[in-house]
Write a protein that binds this ligand. Structure first.
Ligand SMILES: [Zn+2]
Length: 57
């Protein structure tokens, strides 16, 4: 038998920057203009912030 313990089925979200799937509770999220974006960590969060402030080249 190969039973994997699965206590709670947690909602997964994708990191806005690296597209990694992370549990909602472990994600960092930020409210963008009219939606919420999720990040796997602070590194991706600041990366995204940088991209937001970049002028459209
Ligand atoms: Zn990420």
């Amino acid at each position: 038998m190969n039973e994997v313990p699965k206590p709670v089925e947690e909602e997964l979200v994708s990191c806005e920057v690296c597209l990694k799937e992370i549990p909602l509770s472990e994600s960092k999220s930020t409210e963008a203009v009219d939606y919420v974006v999720h990040f796997c960590g602070l590194q991706c969060h600041s990366k995204w912030k940088e991209q937001q402030s970049k002028p459209d080249a």
